[in-house]
Design a protein around this ligand. Structure first.
Ligand code: HEC
Ligand code: HEC
Length: 464
């Protein structure tokens, strides 16, 4: 993993959890070592006598009431999010304060952060719809209706990730938040200075920051407030979590068969790793699974990209990723390592029922399309991950896997999940990715191990 800020390198720690390498602790811890928002004047401990008229101006009229004293938020962890996971992302004593998270939430939802007051973070990450973009279209539109190259992932549980974005180009939430505000096709601001000047003119923000910091605020403080809000957006408590906690009725029999397929014949858990401590269904690594591979001359594109990547700074990568066809190079833009060509992060599968369309480019409309893609071993290309193999799943097994995936949605979104299941089921007759002959090894050559002698149980031949 490459880190954009020198200071983040120190103290980097890799934590091994049940075989999955989670390199997240150091980055997050380190950003807490120098809290950007330490108040200059901590509130006095003794209460003010009631008769004294305070000399300070009246408290700001802020939509989300800000209590007088910073209060670290004690997490109310939902079923499925382990205290260990939370403690890695948010070390004890470093919980965001209620005030900062409330300020961050307001900023997250405020279109005035964009250059023409038309786009907020929540425009593309709608909190009522699982923090993704449900305005239609495979990729998100920013200011002046310009479309970027990528689909908006959910912000739910982003706080636990080892890196942010499909290609991991931002190490921490604070680094991430600074980029969309300045990206020309997202929120379109020209410079950090412009953003600070615009926000400072809004009384409620200048008052709120003043009372929190006791000094003028910076672009970093805006990002820190948004990140504090995002660190309150953990999500689990799904039917699957109830099932694992011992309620066999919580999910259907089809979903239970799907869970077995997920770990066995479907090979999903080799990349979408899951265990009780790390329950995100992601190994936090990057793989080329052949999404949109047929559209690319990967090698040619990579050669040209190397000539363009001047310094490889994050802002340049952000623009290449969102505004150009170099987007498809994925992780390669960050590492320049040929093994990373066309590789993207194994996204979390929590809330997957409500975060479609799927993949970095939003090219797969339903979870049935996703299954068809995996069943045929992905799309052949020279950089295809070795873990991608033809699965020969039957139609009934595909249905079981989809049933399982729909049990991963937080109960807060149960109604929306049901609606999405209905919508996707109605699209099931249209299966553009389906190639049964390839899936069964009767057609095509993926350069893999060939027709699997026992595709129903890859474990039995040691291929898994
Ligand atoms: C115009 C739509 C748009 C806007 C506005 C926008 N985002 Fe995003 N967001 C995206 C897209 C698209 C991606 C994926 C881009 C990529 O990976 O290259 C993304 C990625 C992210 C991620 C990484 C999630 C992950 O799983 O890696 C986070 C966190 C996030 N955005 C938060 C924010 C915040 C905070 C703001 C406001 C400051 C914001 N976004 C504004 C579209 C948007
Ligand atoms: C070799 C590693 C690997 C394997 C095996 C794998 N995945 Fe993935 N998965 C990924 C990566 C990487 C992405 C993102 C790819 C992209 O956008 O280009 C992804 C994306 C997804 C998405 C879309 C996520 C989103 O937010 O859009 C779903 C759903 C999914 N995988 C389900 C599965 C299922 C079900 C299986 C088993 C049949 C499986 N995966 C097997 C690596 C893998």
């Amino acid at each position: 993993m490459q880190l954009s800020r020198g200071t983040l390198g120190a103290g980097f720690a890799a934590v091994t959890i049940g075989g999955a390498l989670l390199a997240l602790a150091g980055v997050v811890f380190n950003s807490f070592d120098n809290p950007p928002l330490a108040p200059a004047n901590p509130a006095p401990a003794s209460p003010t006598p009631a008769t004294v008229v305070p000399a300070t101006p009246a408290p700001p009229t802020f939509a989300l009431a800000i209590p007088a004293k910073p209060v670290p938020l004690k997490p109310a962890l939902p079923l499925g999010i382990s205290p260990q996971l939370y403690a890695q992302a948010v070390p004890p004593g470093h919980e965001p304060t209620a005030q900062l998270a409330a300020l961050g939430e307001k900023l997250f939802k405020d279109k005035r952060l964009s250059v023409d007051d038309s786009v907020a973070c929540e425009t593309c990450h709608d909190p009522t719809k699982g923090f993704t973009d449900h305005r239609g279209g495979a990729t998100s539109a920013g200011v002046q209706d310009q479309h970027g190259q990528r689909n908006a992932p959910t912000v739910l549980n982003a706080m636990f990730q080892a890196s942010q974005f499909w290609d991991g180009r931002a190490p921490a939430l604070e680094d991430q938040a600074k980029l969309p505000i300045l990206n020309p096709v997202e929120m379109g601001q020209k410079s950090p200075g412009d953003v600070v000047a615009k926000v400072a003119k809004i009384q409620e923000y200048s008052d709120a920051f003043k009372s929190l910091l006791g000094r003028d605020f910076t672009y970093e403080d805006i990002a820190a407030a948004i990140a504090a809000f995002e660190r309150t957006q953990y999500s689990a408590n799904s039917p699957f979590d109830s099932f694992l906690a011992g309620d066999p009725q919580a999910v259907s029999e089809a979903a239970q068969r799907g869970w077995a397929l997920f770990q066995g014949k479907g090979r999903c858990s080799s990349c979408h790793a899951f265990n009780a401590v790390s329950p995100l269904f992601s190994d936090q690594k990057f793989h080329n699974i052949g999404i949109a591979a047929h559209k690319q001359d990967f090698a040619g594109l990579a050669r040209k990209a190397l000539a363009i990547l001047r310094t490889g700074d994050t802002k340049q990568i952000d623009e290449l990723a969102l505004q150009t066809s170099y987007s498809e190079l994925g992780r390669f833009l960050v590492t320049k390592n040929p093994a990373d060509i066309g590789a993207f992060k194994s996204e979390t599968l929590r809330n997957i029922g409500i975060t479609g369309p799927y993949m970095h480019d939003g090219s797969l409309a339903t979870l049935w399309d996703v299954m068809d893609h995996y069943n045929k071993g992905g799309v052949p290309n020279p950089f295809l991950d070795g873990g991608m193999q033809r699965l020969a799943l039957t139609e009934a097994e595909i249905d079981d896997l989809v049933a399982f995936l729909f049990t991963l949605t937080d109960d807060r979104f149960a109604d929306f999940n049901k609606a999405e299941l209905g919508r996707q089921t109605s699209l099931k007759t249209n299966r553009p990715q389906r190639e049964t002959d390839v899936a069964e090894g009767k057609k095509g050559d993926l350069g893999d191990i060939g027709t699997n002698p026992d595709l129903r149980n890859p474990a039995s031949i040691g291929a898994y």
